[in-house]
Structures are given as structure tokens and as C-alpha cells.
Design a protein. Structure first.
Length: 231
């Protein structure tokens, strides 16, 4: 029986790219005086090229961004501070995320978010989007000293939920950090394929969804498949 459902945050429960596309023009405009000679197009393109779909820590990203744009280190520090303070306010839940979490709760499942990142930024996004009240547990890498795909962060979350790893699923968009990391912890990894392609060099994921409407039916199917048969 599946008793726990855990989820990645960025590009899963939150539409990270949409939030960045809304944030970056505001970000650029407020620091335009420090970015003399830099066009917004160049700023945005360089940002996305360097951040590698969110995999690069922002404390490493902004010094690299400043260097790539030939602006001062002080400008890079101002940009980082502005990101940490303002970006969470642009976060929005992905379509169907809150409704799905409410449905899981009605069906008696325990729910959690496991996110890599800095506690202040990730916590602010979770609060602003209404996700904090929609789940039973939040685990952020900086708080626990572990990062996905380390199996221990998944096992820690399952333990805190009071659910065995084998009775959990984990849904996320990153093949290595989310799906394979969860599998290494004895959890069923589910690839969230709404905006991400699975790498050709990896074996196809065992479980994959394209919308949150598919989560509860998948859980019900998995639970039914492992239900003891009478007679």
C-alpha cells in the first residue's frame, strides 16, 4: 500500500521557469544603474545559460554572471541579495498542484516536499504559494545537511512522515536527483514529465506522469497491485 507521497519543489510543485521569466525583467530594471552597458536580452540569456535549469547554486551563479557580463563583484552581490529578497514573491504553484495535494490528504496519504536549496528562499516560496499548509512535512537540503540524490534525505523524510520508504512515492522532474535518488532510497521514483525530457542515455523511467491529475490514479494502481489476494 502507498501511504506517503513526496514531491520535488522547483519545476514540479512550482513552475520555476515561469517564475523566473516574470522575475528577471523586474530584477534587471531595479539594478539597471549597476548594469551599465548590459542589455536585458544579454542579461536574461546569460542567466539561463549559467544557471543550468536551476542546478547551479545562486551563490555560485551570481559571481559567474557578474564576470560573464563584465560588471563588478559588488554588482553581483547586489543581484544575489535582490534575488534572495524578491524572487520568492514571483513563485506560483504549478497547475493542479494544490488540488492534487488536497485530494491526497482527503484519501489519507501523508505528503512531503523535499527540496535542494537555501532555506530562506525555498521556505519563502513554499509559504507564498500556499504549499506549506498543503503538505505534512517540508525538508530543505540546507536545513538537514543532505542534498538529493543522496538516498539519506529521502529516507529522513520518510522517517519523519512515519511511513516506510517502500510505501512511498517521490515525484520530481530531475532524472538523477529526483527519480534515481528516490529509487536508491527504496522509494518509487516518478518522473514528472510536464516540461522535461528524459535523457536518452538512461533506462526509461518505470513510472512517469505528465500532470498532477495522474498522481492519485497511479497511487491507487500501485496500492491495488500490492494488495493481498483472498482465496
Amino acid at each position: 500500500m502507498i501511504k506517503g507521497a513526496m514531491f520535488d519543489l522547483d519545476e514540479t510543485l512550482i513552475d520555476r521557469r515561469a517564475a523566473l521569466l516574470a522575475f528577471l525583467p523586474d530584477h534587471f530594471k531595479r539594478l539597471e544603474d549597476q548594469l551599465r552597458g548590459v542589455t536585458f536580452q544579454s542579461f536574461q540569456e546569460t542567466f539561463f545559460a549559467l544557471e543550468k535549469e536551476g542546478l547551479v547554486d545562486k551563490q555560485k551563479l551570481y559571481p559567474r554572471l557578474a564576470a560573464a557580463l563584465s560588471v563588478s563583484d559588488d554588482c553581483g552581490a547586489l543581484l544575489l541579495s535582490d534575488f534572495q529578497r524578491r524572487y520568492p514573491h514571483f513563485a506560483r504553484p504549478s497547475i493542479g498542484a494544490l488540488e492534487m495535494l488536497a485530494a491526497l490528504r482527503r484519501h489519507g496519504l501523508k505528503t512531503a516536499i523535499i527540496s535542494n536549496g537555501h532555506s530562506d528562499v525555498q521556505s519563502a516560496k513554499i509559504e507564498i504559494t500556499g504549499l506549506r499548509d498543503a503538505v505534512d512535512l517540508v525538508v530543505i537540503s540546507e536545513d538537514v545537511g543532505l542534498r538529493k540524490p543522496d538516498a539519506r534525505i529521502f529516507q529522513l523524510a520518510a522517517e519523519r512522515l512515519g511511513v516506510a520508504p517502500a510505501s512511498c512515492i517521490f515525484v520530481g522532474d530531475n532524472p538523477e536527483a529526483d527519480v534515481r535518488g528516490a529509487e536508491a532510497a527504496g522509494i518509487r521514483g516518478v518522473f514528472y514529465a510536464a516540461g522535461t525530457s528524459w535523457p536518452d542515455m538512461l533506462p526509461s523511467p518505470k513510472y512517469s506522469i505528465c500532470s498532477f491529475a495522474e498522481v492519485l490514479p497511479l497511487i491507487e494502481a500501485l496500492s491495488e497491485a500490492h494488495r493481498p489476494r483472498l482465496g
